[in-house]
Every structure is written in C-alpha cells, then in structure tokens.
Design a protein around this ligand. Structure first.
Ligand SMILES: *Cc1c(COP(=O)(O)O)cnc(C)c1O
Length: 409
C-alpha cells in the first residue's frame, strides 16, 4: 500500500487567507450591502504594461507559423531573457552575474519552495518572524521543521523583527544552516540597510550557512543606499541564492515568471565532508523536474527591459507607491505607529493599546468595512500589528483612508 509523506499531515489546517475569506464571507452574509474594501491579499490590480502586451501578441503570432514556432525551450530559460537580466538588473549595479548563473522560473514562490530539493533534510532553518508562510510550510513538507507547539516549530529558529529592534533581525545565538531573508520584506514592508545585510553575509561565510534571499519586491526600493540585490554586498556570491519575481515588479502574478540566481561559488557540504557547488545541482534538478517557462511569457518578461517597458512598469510601481504614501500619511494622522511603505508596497502598523491583531482586524472590518491582514497570521512576532497592501485602486485606497479620518479609532 502506498504511504504518505507524513510531514504533510503536520501542516497547519487553516491557511491565513482562507480564514480571512471565511470571516469576510460571514460578515458579508450578515451585512450584504456593506461597501467592503479589500486591502488584505497581496495581489496586484493594475493591468500589464502595453510593451508587455505587445510582446505577448508578437510571440503568440510566432507560434502560429512553422518557421517561428517554438516548442520546448532550454530548462534554464531563453538566452535573450537571461542576457537582458544580466545587462539590466545586475550590470548597472556593478554586480557581475553570468547568464549560466541565472535560471528563469515560473515565479519565486515555486523556486523558494523547490530549492529545498537539493538541500539536506537535516539542515536547521532560520526565518525572520513575521514571515512569508511559504518558507515555513515548504520546510514542514521536507521534514525540516520539527513539531509545532503553540504556533512555533521546534526545529526552526525565529529571528523576531519588531518595532523594538527596528525590524532588523539579530544574528542567531545557536548555529543555523539555512537562512531565509526577504527584503524589502513581506509582510512588514521594511528594508535592510547595507551594513545590516553585510552582517548576515559575513555570518553565513564564517559559519558555512546558506542564505536564501527573496528579492521579490526589489523594484519598490526608492532609497539609493538600500541594496536591491544581496550580491551588492561583498562576499554574498559565496553564500547566497537570490529569488526574483516579475509578479509584483510588472504585474505577472497571472503570467508567472521570475528568475533564480545561483552563483557558481555557492556551495553546501556533502555527506563525505566535501563542499559541492549548488549551481550544477540546481541545473540538474531543473532539467529533471521543470521544462521551462513558456516562450511567450519569457518574451513578455524581456519587454520589461525595453525603454518603453521600463518606463511603463515604473509608472505602475509609482502608482502603488503613491497609494502607500496616502495610507502612511492617513494612518499616521490617525495616531497609529506606521512602518514600511517607503521602499515596499506594504504598510505595517501597530494596533492601538489593549487590542490584538485579530481584534483590530475585526474593528477595521466592522467599523470601516476594510479588509486587512492580521500580523499574527505571519508569525508570533506579528502579534499586535496589521498589514495593509498598496496594490488596490487609488479610489478604494483613498476611500478607505477617508473612512478612518472621518471616524477615528
Ligand atoms: C508575492 C511574493 C513572491 C512572488 O511569488 P510569485 O510566485 O513570483 O508570484 C515571492 N516572495 C514573496 C515574499 C512574495 O510576497
């Protein structure tokens, strides 16, 4: 008889957004006319850039003729896109990344989860807390998380990020092997300064730990002194793998494309004690389990790097960041302590004294008809906070803030 990977039975039942959807559905059932505004889920709402649409149409037409038809592409992605990434993402920042270190993916969620395939199940894992849930659940599935007890996993090290430490995680006291960092951060919307990130890179190089760096929101960084890639930090090519996504950068949440950078220098220890490069192993994994991102989608991604594409994509990012500014100002004026939203499309704020994440979440829903995300849903250190996203429409965003200003807490 077939048996299960029992680790799947350890996964927590109610995924955060399912719980939110259920609570909102119940509220709407009881108040069918309530003008509910959703500032909770992190999906984008603006359409794809015209340059992207044009590239898609052209690529579709190519598929209609035997001369230009493309079937299976390289598992690592087409060279035209990998070259465009090298030239437009890394070169301008003085980072030397080879195209054979760039792997086109079908989104950063898949690869942040998949990367564990080539890593031992005996590794100890560090996450920042609060955290994007995929890092934890994919490690639960792999058997690296241990057992859950009062909301924390026994074999995962949590690095709290709260207002008290300025949302800068402290280096661990006990040794860890794999470190997940996500900057700009989802859910807190905060960033790491160069010197803070350097401490993690130095730590990883000193101890042999591997950093899995999620740069899904790098396009939202506005301050020049904030690193947009971990490879801007000296020594990072020896210890870090970096995940990029076009989802939040260019509205590809439905198209599905991004890229993963695995430098040739980055290694992990084999059972015999030798250090083995991860790049060829990841290549082998991809060639076995992945047959490439669709050609037309890779052409769409390439279009982001044309002069018009760059300008159009920036306009959309500016639109979301203006939403973020409006929310920051309104919530600050309402007396809340607000974080994030300056180099990221997320606003993270502390709930008023005497309430909790879920308690204030209910207030926002029932008093203002605003759907938010309770910070505690992202981990224990998220208790006492709420996340709002800047991905809504300008109209909904300003209307939500108007309701708060008109009827203070
Ligand atoms: C949205 C998001 C991603 C992107 O996921 P895709 O699979 O590329 O859509 C990755 N990491 C974080 C933290 C995110 O919030």
């Amino acid at each position: 008889m077939a048996t299960l990977n029992n680790n799947f039975l350890k996964l927590q039942k109610n995924y955060l957004f399912v719980e939110i959807a259920q609570r909102v559905a119940k509220y709407k059932e009881e108040h069918p006319d309530a003008p509910v505004i959703r500032l909770g889920i992190g999906d984008v709402t603006r359409p794809l850039a015209p340059a992207v649409i044009e590239a898609l149409h052209k690529a579709v037409d190519e598929q209609a003729s035997s001369e230009t038809f493309r079937g299976y592409g390289p598992e690592q992605g087409y060279e035209f896109l990998r070259q465009a990434i090298k030239d437009n993402v890394f070169q301008p920042r003085g980072v030397e990344i080879g195209i054979d270190e760039i792997f086109i993916n079908d989104g950063a969620k898949s690869d942040t989860g998949n990367f564990g395939d080539i890593l031992g199940t005996d590794n100890s894992v560090l996450i920042t807390d609060p955290v994007y849930p995929v890092y934890i659940d994919s490690n639960v599935m792999a058997g690296r998380a241990g057992d859950i007890n009062e909301g924390t996993w026994s074999r995962i090290t949590y690095a709290p990020c709260t207002a008290e430490n300025g949302f800068v995680p402290a280096l661990p006291e006990k040794p860890v092997d794999i470190i997940y960092l996500c900057y700009p951060n989802n859910p807190t919307g905060t960033v790491l300064r160069r010197e803070d990130l350097k401490r993690w890179v130095d730590y990883a190089n000193e101890t042999g730990a591997l950093i899995l760096y999620d740069a899904a929101y790098e396009a939202y960084i506005r301050h020049d002194d904030i690193p947009r890639s971990i490879y801007e930090i000296e020594g990072a090519k020896q210890c870090a793998v970096e995940f990029h996504s076009y989802s939040k950068t260019a509205g590809f949440t439905g198209l599905r494309c991004g890229f993963t950078v695995v430098p040739k220098e980055v290694t992990a220890r084999a059972a015999d004690g030798s250090r083995v490069a991860l790049n060829p192993l990841w290549n082998r994994r991809q060639c076995t389990k992945f047959n490439g991102t669709p050609y037309i989608v890779q052409r769409a991604a390439e279009a982001i790097y044309s002069p018009e594409g760059k300008r159009q994509v920036q306009e959309t990012i500016d639109y979301y960041m203006e939403n973020a500014r409006i929310m920051r100002e309104a919530l600050t004026a309402a007396g809340l302590q607000v974080f994030g939203g300056e180099d990221a499309p997320y606003i993270w704020f502390r709930v008023p004294e005497g309430t909790t994440s879920w308690g204030f979440w209910e207030t926002l829903l029932t008093k203002y008809n605003i759907v938010s995300t309770p910070g505690v849903g992202f981990g224990p250190s998220g208790e006492g906070y709420i996340r709002l996203t800047a991905f809504g429409s300008r109209e909904e965003c300003t209307e939500a803030m108007r309701r708060i200003a008109a009827n203070p807490f």
